[in-house]
Design a protein around this ligand. Sequence first.
Ligand SMILES: N[C@@H](CCC(=O)N[C@@H](CS)C(=O)NCC(=O)O)C(=O)O
Length: 237
Amino acid sequence: MASDGGAAAPAVRVVGGWASPFVMRVCVALRLKGVAYEFLQEQLRKKSDLLLASNPVHRKMPVLLHGGRPVCESLVILHYVDEAFAFAGPPILPADPYDRAVHRFWADYADAKLPTALRTLRGMVNGDKAEAAEQVAAALGRLDEAFAACSKGRRFFAGDGVGFLDIVLGSYVGWFRAAEQITGQPVLDEARTPRLAAWAARFCAHEAVADVMPDARRLVEFGEALRSALEANASRP
Ligand SMILES: N[C@@H](CCC(=O)N[C@@H](CS)C(=O)NCC(=O)O)C(=O)O
């Protein structure tokens, strides 16, 4: 979805990079709601003035600009999109307060357990790769059980359609596949986590997801280029 090219800034803009799982969450949420947006591509190593001015606290992507006003942090943005565009598309968060609490719990769990271990597996940070693989496998084991409890036999964590926890965990699927290519070991293992493996395929094929799910090979190349650049920078006198 692109802007119409008119002189006025589009109402909804996403500041981010195509490879970021956190950025992808915002795009999926907007697509689910059917909200048109302009994507402003950022460079991790050369952040734009717009990004820095919009998120001066964390200086990170994504930022959602709605009518020029910034909203930062992917989970905050998902809540915001659900409320600001409540009239459009399906709800993102569960309606029931207890279900909301459970889905938020598992989203926080995924964000606490997965990113650093995945970066270790990809060789982006120093650390024991076997330990990182075990940490990811243990987390995915718990999330496989959470899927059974949340989905109650339906296709997604949220039920028949994609919702909050699907978006949060689903945003890592491209990087799971990239890590599989890098290590040669399964991450979303069909034997250990059969429900999650099947869910991931459904998530990737969803119409709100397919066009923004990054290709694993491109992610591997992106990670290699970033690592080389960081190493070159570190060895500079
Ligand atoms: N907790 C943040 C994490 C965002 C984040 O880590 N973004 C990365 C890109 S994947 C970033 O902007 N990194 C830039 C930096 O660390 O300087 C969220 O959920 O939005």
